[in-house]
Design a protein around this ligand. Structure first.
Ligand code: DGY
Length: 331
């Protein structure tokens, strides 16, 4: 790549300093120092002049925008694991390669999923809130106060047993939960044996039997509202749901209704249907202690973001060296 013209690379958001420095060394990189999310008009304008677009999950790269891109745009090197925000089909039609940053977020995302699996039934945030303004509100230890639900011995049902789902299962097993999962296909026998996992072909049947549901599948047209009102109604009133994948996999309005009606016991959510807007009814439920809400931060570690940046760089370099980028996303 050194002898050739440096590709122009447009970063839609501020990335870690280390990543930006490296990008500037290697490419003709345009940074977004202020980190203000780019408007659609700004993105379309960039797509008409730059060789490589580096979007994040906050940029929706639609077919309409891709159709307006100039012929010089050859690569959309996503700074993300998920690619639901990029119309990969439209990019393929236009001969634009799309890449993402898989694998490097797996452990961080699984850690945060497990943190929610622990936090909701054990009322971690409610407890913290009691002491947040000093200890005056606390009357001291009581045998019947702030009781949560035991995790050990319970069943977790993982929806989507890919890399992150499997990493969640490993953690959950270590906490004494038995592993159940629903996936398009069974995982390999060695993984199933290691996790002592039970495969449920029927999502309905699994939801009716588990104590905690963890959503870990990607957002695709096929998984939109995969957990519908009908599915939520199958869950036990003592059960919890955790979602660190994408908000639109659960019918959020139906989930809120179930939480309000006591049809499910609680939820731990890192993702929402309409990010960054969070339904005020969820905020109210959080104040009531029924849900724990996080602002889409399950993969937010310093190490993870640097690893993501490295992957973006590797993909761009491979592409401009004439190789197939290692993380090419196919339609
Ligand atoms: C991703 O990259 O898909 C994550 O959701 C960001 O946290």
């Amino acid at each position: 790549m050194t002898n050739k013209k440096r590709p122009s690379v447009y970063l839609t958001r501020k990335l870690p300093d280390l990543v930006e420095t490296r990008m500037r060394e290697l490419f003709d990189a345009e940074l977004n120092i202020e980190d203000a999310p780019r408007t659609k008009t700004e993105l379309v304008a960039a797509m008409q002049t730059v060789d490589v677009l580096v979007p994040t999950v906050t940029d929706r790269i639609t077919a309409e925008m891709i159709d307006q891109a100039g012929p010089q745009l050859k690569l959309i090197a996503g700074f993300s694991n998920g690619t639901d925000h990029i119309d990969v089909d439209a990019a393929a039609r236009k001969g634009i390669t799309v890449t993402n940053t898989p694998n490097v977020l797996t452990e961080d995302s699984a850690d945060m999923t497990m943190a929610l699996v622990l936090a909701v039934p054990r009322r971690l945030v409610e407890g913290t809130r009691v002491l947040a303004n000093g200890s005056d509100e606390w009357g001291g230890w009581s045998p019947t106060w702030m009781l949560g639900r035991r995790l050990s011995g319970k069943r977790i049902g993982i929806v989507g047993m890919g890399r992150i789902g499997t990493a969640v299962a490993r953690r959950a097993k270590a906490f004494g939960l038995s592993i159940h999962y629903h996936n398009r296909k069974r995982v390999n026998p060695a993984t199933e044996a290691e996790l002592e996992a039970t495969y449920w072909d029927s999502l309905d049947q699994m939801l009716a039997r588990v104590d905690i549901v963890s959503v870990n599948c990607p957002s695709t047209p096929a998984t939109y509202h995969l957990i519908s009102a009908r599915h939520l109604a199958l869950m036990q009133p003592t059960s919890y749901i955790v979602n660190t994948a994408r908000g639109d996999i659960i019918d959020e309005a139906a989930m809120i209704q179930c939480l309000r009606d006591g049809k499910i016991a609680g939820a731990g959510l890192d993702v929402f249907e309409n990010e960054p807007v969070v339904n005020p009814k969820l905020i109210k439920l959080a104040k009531e202690g029924k849900v724990v809400l996080l602002p889409h931060m399950s993969s937010a570690t310093i190490e993870g973001r640097i690893d993501m940046g490295d992957k973006v760089i590797i993909n761009i370099r491979a592409f401009y060296d004439g190789h197939r980028p290692p993380n090419r996303v196919l339609p």
